[in-house]
Design a protein around this ligand. Structure first.
Ligand SMILES: O=P(O)(O)OP(=O)(O)OP(=O)(O)OC[C@H]1O[C@@H](n2cnc3c(O)ncnc32)[C@H](O)[C@@H]1O
Ligand SMILES: [Ca+2]
Length: 497
């Protein structure tokens, strides 16, 4: 028994001081890790919101964006959480009944009221930006466009959001903000990656925006937009072609075929067997074509289809003027365009049309695209209707024209070739947010893209926790090892009987 006691006395683990040190050591390490983890735990997310109404020529759409509230200077990632398509046509179509332009927005605005948490309503900015439809109305009748804006503003002020005004975007803004949206969503700006050009095809105008090493803004300053984003400088080339959206381009193409005032048009851009009696106003009721209106044109005309892609392309080409160019190089209509560079994202009608025609995959060679389009255009109208019973007839009838217009605009207008055509990606959404100018517009107005790259914490939360834990365990092991001289000898003890 005395030997046992002696051994106990020799074993330092059994001395009260060591036991107290060990317990304190363990408690200190557990406390250190707990405090470190809790102190740096991400707080439960609270969000801020922003609403943008895109008052386009063909329709209005509402987008709700959200971003984490506690990030400094609103630098957290912005995402689209909801969109609402306003029923009816674009606000410019209500020129004769402006009150209705305001009323048309109320259903989507009610939705927004429900989607944004009530306690955030008063601080949520609400913007309305109008594009080519209102640009054209303003050119045609500025009083009417003022009245539409007045009605729209009155309607929007009735909602509990922080209304920031309704205005017409310039074509340059529309192009540049579309480019910002695409590159922001792609994370190309923050990571200083090569940017993606933006191609937007609306109903009344079309935009092309890209960064080219050839372009510093000096040759054609009107086409230049300089940005400093996340510490990088961008000299963006952008141009908006008013009247070259797909609806106005169709009017111009029809007008080209009716100039001698025929009562019947046999149109290569519509499927064979298509026949409709149409009012001439659907062609000439726009400043894009009003100067082409023939004297004494009849009230109506018969529009028949003959479905011929190459003839359609010939008529479409007549909308582009390739003759004069006072710059080193031009796209069309004497507009400067630098050398095409980098990948491109094509959205809005580019996507709707190419997706419908199963041509959104640009790995399909350009020659095969035109072949497929030729076949589509030559398909009888009855067959087309049977094959696509759920599709709006107006869109369905126009897909041959729209596809031909898109290919002609890209290749003849902007000079894409079979080599760089695969650089184009037809897109609708990027990471859940619609491609379009609205997000870029809001990011700009809320200063959400800093000019300089923000300082980021050296480590993400998970990395921080792991490192603190590993260091704590190491310290503990070192502490145990430091007591080694006091460890009991491992030599075999004599058996005590
Ligand atoms: O930019 P602006 O010129 O003001 O016009 P918008 O904003 O109203 O134009 P959109 O991009 O919304 O639409 C472009 C065109 O595509 C048409 N469109 C929309 N959905 C479509 C679909 O599913 N198939 C074919 N065309 C479609 C629409 O009617 C327009 O003519
Ligand atoms: Ca648009």
């Amino acid at each position: 028994m005395s030997a046992q006691r002696e051994m106990k006395e020799k074993n330092p683990w059994h001395t009260p001081v060591t036991i107290i040190f060990t317990v304190i050591g363990v408690i200190a390490i557990v406390a250190l890790v707990t405090v470190a983890v809790l102190q740096n735990r991400p707080l439960p997310q609270k969000y801020k919101y922003g609403i943008v109404l895109d008052a386009g020529s063909s329709h209005t759409a509402l987008y709700i964006y959200e971003w984490p509230a506690e990030k400094d200077n609103n630098t957290g990632r912005v995402e689209q959480t909801h969109s609402c398509k306003v029923k009816g046509p674009g606000i410019s179509s209500y020129a004769s009944v402006p009150r209705k332009a305001g009323e048309s927005l109320s259903e989507c605005m009610q939705e927004a009221r429900q989607r944004v948490p009530e306690k955030r309503h008063s601080e949520t900015p609400l913007y309305l930006g109008a594009t080519a439809g209102m640009r054209l109305l303003n050119l045609e009748n500025s009083l009417a466009s003022d009245k539409v804006f007045q009605a729209v503003e009155e309607a929007l002020q009735k909602f509990p959001f922080s209304f920031q005004g309704a205005r017409i975007l310039s074509g340059q803004e529309e192009g540049a903000f579309g480019w910002v949206t695409v590159n922001y969503l792609d994370d190309r700006l923050k990571q200083s990656l090569e940017t993606r050009g933006a191609l937007d095809l609306g109903g009344a105008s079309t935009q092309i925006s890209f960064v080219s090493d050839d372009f510093d803004g000096s040759e054609s300053p009107d086409n230049g937009v300089a940005f400093r984003l996340y510490g990088n400088d961008y000299n963006l080339y952008t141009h908006s072609f008013l009247c070259y959206g797909k609806d106005q381009a169709l009017r111009m193409t029809l007008a080209k075929q009716t100039q001698s005032g025929p009562v019947s048009i046999s149109d290569p851009c519509f499927n064979p067997g298509y026949i409709e009696t149409k009012n001439y106003s659907i062609v000439y009721d726009s400043p894009c074509v009003s100067n082409m209106k023939p004297q004494g044109a009849p009230a109506t005309f018969t529009h028949t289809g003959k479905g011929n892609f190459s003839q359609c392309q010939e008529v479409v080409k007549r909308n582009f003027n390739f003759k004069q160019c006072k710059y080193s190089q031009c796209s069309f209509n004497g507009v400067f365009q630098p050398r095409l560079q980098g990948p491109f994202g094509a959205f809005s009608a580019y996507y709707f049309v190419m997706n419908f025609l199963n041509l959104a995959d640009t790995s399909i060679p350009l020659e095969a695209v035109t072949e497929k389009l030729s076949r589509y255009c030559a398909t009888p109208w009855n067959q087309i209707k049977q094959q696509h019973p759920g599709v709006k007839l107006k869109y369905l009838a126009e897909y041959c024209f729209s596809g031909t217009y898109i290919i002609t605009l890209l290749t003849e207008g902007y000079n894409f070739t079979s080599q760089n055509y695969p650089n184009i990606k037809f897109i609708k959404k990027i990471k859940g947010s619609d491609a379009g100018w609205t997000l870029g517009y809001m990011l700009n107005l809320t200063n959400m893209i800093p000019a300089e790259a923000p300082d980021s914490p050296p480590l993400p939360h998970a990395g921080y926790v792991s490192i603190v834990t590993v260091i704590a365990i190491l310290l503990f092991v070192l502490f145990i090892l430091s007591l080694r001289p006091l460890w009991p000898r491992c030599s075999k003890q004599p058996q005590i009987i």
